[in-house]
Design a protein around this ligand. Structure first.
Ligand code: CP3
Length: 361
């Protein structure tokens, strides 16, 4: 076993452990314990594929909606009610902690996060002060309401990883090539590592708030890290992500580490300190386990585009994922990336039922 990958103790954060949550299939799978069925949840399950979501959000800007605890609670619960998924994921966004410390940014519909003044120089570091719990009171409040409603269903909290947040800050918005981000990473390694360290501290603080409020697991989204070569990932990014994982290690809640296009990085990502590694659809889970190391649970990895195929084809592809995971200890079924906005919600409901039925033991 690698250092730091001891099995997780059966404890939750600074609140009385809810035994039913602790013993839920999702948390058991994260701890690589036997499960009654393979647990399922979907990245971006709370969102635009649901008509009830679009209705709840009518006339409310994305970032504003994340700051209203009642609305966050309702939107977070919608996919749990509709699909019978094994975990809820907090309705929020990876840029919320940056917004909360005063970075001038917005989420534009159909585009994504846009930063008014991109971060390019040492002076810009001063715009990244530490995150205090009071900056995100609405998150604490929403999680309190959610854990009261969710019963035995665990709530997953999340944050953006330092590299992915840096990409939005440095590019000023979504980017295909991450050219300004990479220019800073190669051109000014000192400033780059200070930037990533500040982001790691903000991310760790944001995860701590969520765990202390009652989140039962956390996921670190490093969505765009697959743009890096392995040596650059190890040198310039892994140390900052590892700081985030170690900052929340003491809580004993499972920590999930996810990125897209990370086939060549899976071994390194497995060393960053997470308990579960999320895998996209490009690497089958049995091969992913060889790359990550068998000490960690895996999450994934149906291609979200498969859900646009007829039901029999979706079932066949879901079965392929289950077959590849059959020999593993600890599998959380998920998509290889988030639910696409045009997905038929009924396809998701059917997929949850399929996985539950075909893995019942
Ligand atoms: O998973 C969930 O259901 C919980 C909510 C959630 C959102 N964003 C809500 C959201 C989560 C986990 C995220 C994470 C997030 N945000 C990531 C990592 C996940 C991934 O997809 O890789 C990233 C990269 C972001 C940044 C971001 N925010 C993007 C790229 C977009 C999409 C822009 C668009 O409209 O195409 C957003 C906006 C956003 N975040 C929406 C939602 C539901 C859409 C807002 C809307 O409905 O108008």
């Amino acid at each position: 076993m690698k250092a730091g990958h001891e099995r997780l103790p059966h404890v939750t954060a600074n609140r009385p452990a809810n035994a039913a949550v602790t013993d839920s299939p999702f948390l058991r799978a994260c701890r690589r314990e036997p499960v009654p069925h393979t647990p399922v949840w979907f990245m971006r399950q709370a969102g635009r594929s649901l008509p009830e979501y679009r209705k709840a959000r009518e006339g409310i800007a994305m970032l504003d909606s994340c700051m209203r605890p009642e609305l966050v609670t309702e939107i977070t619960l919608q996919p749990v009610r509709r699909h019978a998924v094994d975990a809820a994921v907090l309705f929020s966004d990876i840029v919320i902690p940056l917004k909360a410390i005063g970075v001038d940014l917005d989420i534009r519909p159909g585009v994504g996060p846009v930063v008014a003044r991109p971060f390019r120089s040492r002076q810009d570091l001063a715009r990244l002060r530490p995150l205090e719990p009071d900056d995100v009171k609405y998150v604490t409040e929403a999680i309190g309401m959610l854990t009261a409603e969710l019963g035995a269903t665990p709530l997953i909290g999340f944050a953006g990883a330092p590299f992915t947040l840096a990409s939005y800050l440095v590019e000023g918005g979504p980017s295909r090539h991450h050219e300004h981000t990479k220019a800073l990473m190669y051109g000014d390694p000192g400033l780059w590592s200070e930037l990533l360290d500040r982001l790691a501290a903000i991310t760790a603080a944001f995860l701590r708030v969520q765990i202390e409020a009652g989140a039962s697991a956390v996921q670190l989204f490093d969505s765009w890290v697959g743009a890096l070569a392995p040596a650059d990932y190890r040198r310039a990014v892994l140390p900052a992500s590892a700081k985030v994982f170690s900052a929340v290690a003491g809580y004993g809640v499972p920590r999930i580490h996810f990125g897209v296009g990370t086939g060549e990085l899976l071994g390194s990502m497995g060393e960053a300190g997470a308990d579960v590694v999320g895998v996209d659809w490009r690497v089958p889970l049995d091969e992913a386990a060889r790359r990550v190391g068998h000490e960690l649970a895996l999450q994934g990895n149906l291609d979200p585009a498969v859900l646009f195929a007829p039901p029999e084809a979706v079932a066949a592809q879901a079965q392929r994922v289950l077959d590849a995971a059959a020999g593993l200890e600890g599998h959380v079924f998920n998509l290889g990336h988030g639910v696409l906005p045009e997905t038929d919600p009924d396809a998701l409901t059917r997929l949850v039922a399929y996985v539950h039925e075909h893995t019942a033991r």
